[in-house]
Design a protein around this ligand. Structure first.
Ligand SMILES: Nc1nc2c(ncn2[C@@H]2O[C@H](COP(=O)(O)OP(=O)(O)O)[C@@H](O)[C@H]2O)c(=O)[nH]1
Ligand SMILES: [Mg+2]
Length: 204
């Protein structure tokens, strides 16, 4: 849940990049860190061990400036996608306000995407959240690999696999090249802030 500092008019919210291991979550954050310099308010922190695999998480703080007189701060996190790090994923999901699900377009990763989405649904349920209600966007990453002749999952198939029931905004992307990264983030921010605004209305 976002932190509201009413006295100083600051809102701090948390967006988590979720998805299967090696799908491109860390690459999204790296691109954001390098590209949106004005909004980046601190260092990107990656807690890594064993080579460059994310075993814990990445963290990136952003400042969006003032929206309706309120200073909006954003914390971006990634989770480790590998199946065995379930407990870390649960921890990082605590208090989440919005989610970007990064799916891997590689044909060989089709099952992993679906399993990871199910894992997300399960972990949200455990903190009494519904995947159908949380602000969620999907990103179909690594589309650039098509030009290398690598077999990718067609976009319509990804939609059917992952978004048939959810019906949330989805974006083809290449986190490596930066295509679609900004659009994904902006849509996530929009949905997340809108959702918080609705919740605040209820709380009044
Ligand atoms: N070609 C290509 N490679 C990518 C893309 N996104 C990530 N990768 C590569 O895929 C691997 C895993 O990416 P990473 O961001 O560490 O995945 P994570 O486990 O989800 O954090 C790395 O070698 C990246 O360079 C992309 O859009 N296109
Ligand atoms: Mg990572």
């Amino acid at each position: 849940m976002a932190i509201f500092d009413m006295k100083n008019r600051v809102i701090e919210c948390k967006i988590v990049y979720y998805g299967p291991g090696r799908g491109g979550k860390t690459t999204n954050l790296k691109y954001i860190f390098e590209t949106f310099k004005k909004q980046v308010t601190g260092e990107m922190v990656s807690i890594n061990t064993r080579g460059d695999r994310t075993l814990f998480f990445d963290f990136l703080p952003l400042g969006l400036g003032k929206i309706r007189g309120c200073e909006v701060k954003l914390q971006l996190y990634t989770v480790p996608g590998q199946v065995r790090y379930k407990s870390t994923r649960k921890l990082v999901l605590k208090g989440v306000d919005g989610i970007v699900f990064v799916a891997d377009s590689l044909l060989v990763r089709r099952k992993h995407n679906m399993l990871s989405l199910r894992d997300l649904q399960q972990n949200l349920k455990e903190q009494n959240m519904s995947i159908f209600k949380v602000p969620l966007v999907l990103q179909y990453n690594k589309r650039d690999l098509a030009s290398n002749g690598i077999p990718l999952i067609p976009l319509q198939v990804m939609e059917r696999d992952l978004n048939r029931q959810l019906k949330v905004p989805s974006f083809p992307a290449s986190a490596l090249k930066g295509t679609g990264v900004g659009r994904t983030l902006k849509e996530s921010i929009k949905l997340t802030l809108h959702h918080l605004q609705q919740e605040l209305k209820w709380a009044k």
